[in-house]
Design a protein around this ligand. Structure first.
Ligand code: SF4
Length: 363
């Protein structure tokens, strides 16, 4: 049995409301609307992917003046294309644009294909961009689902869950398809993008001016700041390390120079245990390299946060008496921590400055 899709509005009502609003408030004078060709619509769609309309207009006009047709773009050297793209950022878009133009010339005889599957074989064109080209350039009933449209639909329908999740995205495509009308699909496509960009903005949407306010679930339930659901933050992992704080009779500490690359590269630090070691394993692993004793004390652990993880550092305090063992391994040295020229990682300096170490009577 086919599942019947239920939507907040009857599709005809949705498109009528949107088109009436568009007739009064939509954008009708964008340069790619006059004339509207597959090449110009495609170009505008790619430029608009990460950039606002007001910024794109100037770039678009200069670009089509230099490359009026897809053949001109395909024939141009990439460096020339990049000059006309400079300032729009995200240069992969310009490179894909150039590759796609070449492909249109070589594989489609200079004409943009009219099937979504074929359009999506062109570099830089996904389902939504293909939909926008087919709807706007060929007047075909194809839905779009760019960021603006996702925002409008999740709010109107009251859809919770991050729109990047496959199940949510699938549902949104079904709704986008259901709402796309048979008639005036060119205007409808522009209208839903305009509504998302101008009224149904990410923060402070202007619901009192919106044609959907009578039924919009987010508006009625006071959830416009919760929808669309934000991308879940990744849990930042936490690792634990033991630090060997070994002091000799002269008050010097055994320090180890860290490898040149990686965290705290090239700085001097207390020797650190391997990842995921428990205390016994850490002590065992230090034994062959350092003159450690059986007696030790544990200082209060402290935490440091890197960009991708937290580390909890657990100082193991020890001292040695008797003869100072010679340190032969390169990158190890006995040092007074007061030495000014000692490059220590900031969290280690801060821990030493906190006085935490001096509270302990080393054994
Ligand atoms: S009523 Fe508000 S939240 Fe709903 S679609 Fe309109 S502007 Fe967006």
């Amino acid at each position: 049995m086919t599942e019947v899709l239920s939507t907040t509005f009857i599709p005809e009502e949705f498109s009528q409301k949107l088109l009436s609003w568009f007739d009064q408030h939509g954008r009708h004078d964008l340069p790619w609307q006059h004339p509207r060709s597959p090449y110009r619509v495609w170009l505008s769609e790619i430029m608009l992917q990460q950039t606002q309309v007001s910024t794109v207009i100037g770039y678009f006009n200069k670009f089509v003046e230099r490359f009026p047709q897809v053949a001109d773009l395909a024939a141009a050297p990439i460096d020339d294309v990049l000059v006309y793209w400079a300032g729009l950022g995200y240069y992969a878009r310009a490179r894909n644009l150039h590759k796609a133009a070449i492909k249109v010339m070589q594989e489609f005889e200079g004409e943009f294909p009219k099937q979504t599957e074929q359009l999506q074989t062109l570099p830089g064109i996904g389902r939504s961009t293909a939909g926008a080209i087919l709807a706007q350039a060929f007047n075909l009933r194809e839905p779009i689902l760019d960021g603006n449209v996702k925002r409008v639909l999740t709010r109107v329908e009251g859809i919770h869950g991050w729109p990047g999740l496959p199940a949510i995205e699938k549902n949104l495509w079904q709704i986008a398809e259901a709402y796309t009308p048979e008639e005036r699909v060119v205007d409808y496509t522009q209208a839903i993008m305009d509504l998302g960009a101008t009224l149904c903005t990410r923060s402070k949407p202007r619901c009192v001016e919106c044609p959907f306010q009578s039924g919009c679930q987010a508006h009625l339930n006071n959830e416009t700041s919760d929808l669309p659901t934000r991308k879940p933050k990744k849990q930042t992992p936490t690792v634990e390390r033991y630090l060997l704080v070994l002091q000799d009779a002269d008050g010097r500490f055994l320090m180890e120079r860290r490898p040149a690359t990686g965290i705290w590269g090239g700085l001097w630090c207390f020797p650190e245990s391997e990842k995921d070691s428990d205390l016994d394993t850490a002590l065992e692993s230090w034994k062959p390299h350092f003159p450690i004793s059986k007696h030790f004390d544990l200082a209060e652990p402290f935490k440091h946060t890197f960009s991708h993880y937290h580390v909890i550092l657990k100082p193991v305090l020890m001292n040695i008496d008797g003869t100072l063992p010679a340190i032969r391994e390169e990158g190890l040295a006995w040092m007074h921590l007061e030495q000014n020229d000692l490059a220590l990682p900031a969290p280690i300096s801060q821990w030493l400055a906190s006085g935490n170490l001096s509270q302990h009577q080393l054994l």
